[in-house]
Write a protein that binds this ligand. Structure first.
Ligand code: ARG
Length: 460
C-alpha cells in the first residue's frame, strides 16, 4: 500500500509537499496525553461490550502506557508521514504490540477522536487558567486591604474627577476578573461533553457504550448528535471569546500601570525584576511586562476572529478546515496563561507612592462634587450648587488655589451659606469616607468588600 492508514484505495503515494502541508503533528502532538487517555477509555469500553477481548484490551493499555512514558522521556520519534498525533501513536502501538494495535481504531474515527482530545485538553487548560485568575485575584485583594485608605485621584476622561482609594481601584480590577472566572466556568460546562462514539459522522455499527466512555473520561455526558459532535467547535470559540475578554481586562490594567509608572504620574513603582532597561539610555526602567501583555491582547482577539471565520459556512460534518482550530487555540492558551502568570507574580509587589497620589488628588479640584453636595445639604438646589461651585473652581484656576486652600471669606464670595464646617468636606479623607455605602470608595467599605471578595475565592 502507498500509505499505511488509507493506502488501499490509492494508486500513488502522497506528494511530499502535500504531506508536509497537510500534516498537523508538529502542533497537535501536545495533545498526546489526552489522545492516549481517550484511547485507553475507548479500548476499555470495547472490551466491556465484547468487541475486544480482555487480553487485547490489556495489551493495548500496556502499549499506550509505554508510549506515553517514551514521549515524556523524549524517546518518541514523531513522523510527518503519519500526519497527526493520532496516527503517530496508533502506528507506534502497532509496532509495539502487533496486530492488536490495529484493532484500537474499531468503532472510532479520527474525527470523533480529535474532537474528544481537544475537549479533554481544553478542560485541563481552563482549570489551569482559572486557578491563575484566582491567584491574581487573591494578590489584588491583599494589596487592596493594605491600600484601603491610600487616596488617589479617580478619573473620568482621564481628567481628575473625585478622590478614590487605591484599594477601591484594585478591587474594581478584581470584579473584572471575577466575571472572567465565571465565563471560563460557564464555557467549561459546554466543553466537558464527549463526542467520542460519533465515529466519522454517522455513528458506528458496533454496540458501543458511550455513557461508559464518558464516565471513564470524566465527561459530564456524551453528545446528542453524531453529525454535530464531529463538527462542533463552539467551545473553542467560546473559550477564545472568554480569553479575549480576559486579555481586554489585562490590557486595561496594563495601560494604567504603564501610565502610573511614568515619571509624569509617578503613582507606583514596579519591581525591577519585571522591568527592563535601555541599551542606550542609562536612566530607563521600562514597564515591559504590562506593555507586552497589552500588546498580546491584539493577537488573542485575532484568534477569536480566526476561529469564527474558520467555522463560518462550513457544511456538516467534519471538514479538514477544522485542523486549523488548533494553532489559534493553543496560542491563545499559552499567551493568556503567560499574561496571567506574570500579573499574578508581579501585582503583590507593586508599591504605591502614597504622597504623590495624594498630591495629585489635591490638585484638580477633586472635591468639587463634595462642595456641591454640601451646598445641597444647606438647602441649595443641586443645579444651582453646581453653578456656584463652578464659579469657585473658575476662581481657583485663576488664582492657582485648590478649593481646600481658599479662605472661608474667599469661598463665601460664591455663597453666603458656606460656613467653617465646609473644610470637613473639602479634605480628601472627608470626601472618600463620606462615600460610605455598599460599592463605595470609603476605606471602611473597601475593607468590607475585600472580605467578601476573599470569601468568594474561598468558596470556589
Ligand atoms: N488532524 C486532524 C485534525 O486536526 C484529525 C482529523 C482528521 N480527519 C480526517 N478525516 N482527515 O482535525
Amino acid at each position: 500500500p502507498t500509505n499505511s492508514a488509507w493506502g488501499g484505495r490509492f494508486s500513488e503515494a502522497t506528494d511530499a509537499f502535500v504531506q508536509r502541508f497537510t500534516a498537523s503533528v508538529e502542533f497537535d502532538q501536545r495533545m498526546y496525553a489526552q489522545d492516549i487517555q481517550g484511547s485507553v477509555a475507548h479500548a476499555t469500553m470495547l472490551a466491556k461490550v465484547g468487541v475486544l477481548t480482555e487480553q487485547e484490551r490489556d495489551d493495548i493499555i500496556q502499549g499506550l502506557t509505554e508510549i506515553k512514558a517514551d514521549i515524556e522521556a523524549g524517546n518518541f520519534e514523531w513522523s510527518i508521514e503519519l500526519e497527526d498525533v493520532h496516527m503517530n501513536i496508533e502506528a507506534a502501538l502497532t509496532k509495539k504490540i502487533g496486530i492488536t494495535g490495529k484493532k484500537l481504531h474499531t468503532g472510532r474515527s479520527r474525527n470523533d477522536q480529535v474532537a474528544t482530545d481537544i475537549r479533554l485538553y481544553m478542560r485541563d487548560e481552563i482549570d489551569h487558567l482559572s486557578s491563575e485568575i484566582t491567584r491574581l485575584q487573591s494578590g489584588l485583594i491583599e494589596l487592596a486591604e493594605k491600600e484601603a485608605d491610600t487616596i488617589m485621584p479617580g478619573f473620568t476622561h482621564l481628567q481628575t474627577a473625585q478622590p478614590v482609594t487605591f484599594g477601591h481601584h484594585l478591587l474594581a480590577w478584581n470584579e473584572m476578573l471575577e466575571r472572567d472566572y465565571a465565563r471560563l466556568q460557564d464555557c467549561r460546562k459546554r466543553t466537558n461533553i464527549m463526542p467520542l462514539g460519533a465515529a466519522a459522522l454517522a455513528g458506528t455499527t458496533y454496540p458501543i457504550d458511550r455513557e461508559m466512555t464518558a464516565e471513564l473520561l470524566g465527561f459530564d455526558a456524551p453528545t446528542e448528535n453524531s453529525l454535530d459532535s464531529v463538527s462542533d467547535r463552539d467551545f473553542a470559540i467560546e473559550f477564545t471569546a472568554a480569553a479575549s475578554t480576559i486579555m481586554m481586562h489585562l490590557s486595561r490594567f496594563s495601560e494604567e500601570l504603564v501610565l502610573w509608572a511614568s515619571a509624569q504620574f509617578n503613582f507606583i513603582d514596579l519591581p525591577d525584576r519585571f522591568c527592563t532597561g535601555s541599551s542606550i539610555m542609562p536612566q530607563k526602567k521600562n514597564p515591559d511586562v504590562p506593555e507586552l501583555v497589552r500588546g498580546k491582547a491584539g493577537r488573542i482577539f485575532g484568534h477569536l476572529i480566526s476561529l469564527l471565520t474558520l467555522m463560518k459556512s462550513q457544511p456538516l460534518a467534519y471538514n479538514k478546515d477544522n485542523q486549523e482550530d488548533k494553532e489559534p487555540l493553543f496560542d491563545t492558551i499559552d499567551n493568556v496563561s503567560g499574561s496571567l502568570r506574570s500579573f499574578a507574580d508581579m501585582m503583590p509587589h507593586v508599591k504605591s507612592n502614597k504622597e504623590v497620589m495624594r498630591e495629585a488628588a489635591l490638585r484638580g479640584f477633586s472635591t468639587a462634587t463634595d462642595l456641591a453636595d454640601y451646598l445641597v445639604r444647606k438647602g441649595v438646589a443641586f443645579r444651582d450648587s453646581h453653578e456656584i461651585v463652578g464659579s469657585a473652581v473658575g476662581y481657583g484656576v485663576k488664582t492657582g488655589k485648590d478649593l481646600g486652600e481658599m479662605s472661608l471669606e474667599e469661598l463665601q464670595q460664591f455663597g453666603e451659606m458656606i460656613t467653617e464646617d465646609v473644610f470637613d468636606v473639602l479634605t480628601l479623607e472627608g470626601s472618600v469616607s463620606a462615600r460610605d455605602h455598599l460599592g463605595g470608595t470609603a476605606p471602611k467599605q473597601v475593607l468590607a468588600a475585600a472580605k467578601r471578595a476573599k470569601e468568594r475565592l474561598a468558596n470556589r
